[in-house]
Design a protein around this ligand. Sequence first.
Ligand SMILES: NC(=O)c1ccc[n+]([C@@H]2O[C@H](COP(=O)([O-])OP(=O)(O)OC[C@H]3O[C@@H](n4cnc5c(N)ncnc54)[C@H](OP(=O)(O)O)[C@@H]3O)[C@@H](O)[C@H]2O)c1
Length: 299
Amino acid sequence: MKILITGGSGLVGRQLTKSLQAQNIEVTWLSRTKGVKDGIKSFLWDYKKGYIEEEAFDGVTHIVHLAGAGVFDKRWTKSYKKEIFDSRILTTKLLVEKALKLNGLEAFISGSAIGIYGNSMNSVPLTETALYGNDYLAQVTKEWEAATVPLENSSIRLAIIRTGIVLSEHGGALPAMINPIKAYIGSPLASGEQIISWIHIDDLCRIFSKAITDDAIKGTYNGVAPEPVTNKVLTQTAAAILHKPLVMPNVPSFALNILLGKEKAASVVEGIAVSAEKISATGFTFTYPYIKKALSDLL
Ligand SMILES: NC(=O)c1ccc[n+]([C@@H]2O[C@H](COP(=O)([O-])OP(=O)(O)OC[C@H]3O[C@@H](n4cnc5c(N)ncnc54)[C@H](OP(=O)(O)O)[C@@H]3O)[C@@H](O)[C@H]2O)c1
């Protein structure tokens, strides 16, 4: 097996790379910058020019597509929203086009996000057959997945992982939440009742790893832990593990609207409950099914 990961230098990609290497699986990256990073060979691509270094695909049996501009990295200006969109949809289209011409490619594993379901205060966890949302992130994610459709009529196995909020000590949502708690200014966001469908980064990498190595994994799977929690429970659990009191009132919605912009704030204020049933039914077992166990490991 030889795995080519796009966005391999990111939060999930780095950890997935380590976990695959630990299984003696060869990994290379497709990146906007060329060279050897952390001992991993990075091939160059530029989706805006439709360019991918030809050698990038030499001997590749599996592509894992994780690249995309950080959704929460910057304010959602018109141009940044275009970058979030293009860096997922145009990259996928380009990769799929190349993938269909390759010999020896066995599987294409695409990242996706639970944002496809939109936001809702409904606490019944959504399965993979649930209706899609209509907000900006749902539209991006729908198009992201739609760009993989040409693979469905090919011999290349397609698996799509709709990732939830990834909990890692190295980046993403968790440091943003715990740094204020450590500074005694942490508190739940908005009502605190919005559901967070989270996943420990180790479990997510194990899901991607299973999607690579298990030929039975085809189609779409939610990549979330089986126990979604409210924002309040998440915040309180983190504070308890850190032995810090929560002294501040909840951050009001209007402040989040000002801070993040109304459209982006909606995904923080509302959340979404998502089900892990389908991936569990494949025999996958979570090392961190519960939030207390996950946060105790990470904090
Ligand atoms: N982290 C989460 O909580 C979460 C939740 C749901 C879904 N996801 C999705 O899962 C994927 C991986 O997540 P992650 O947290 O590992 O992401 P990340 O840390 O932001 O890394 C993504 C990688 O994508 C590449 N990239 C960044 N901006 C780009 C652009 N404008 N054009 C093309 N490539 C670009 C970069 O690789 P190079 O610099 O090497 O090119 C970067 O390392 C992403 O698509 C993300 O949307 C993540």
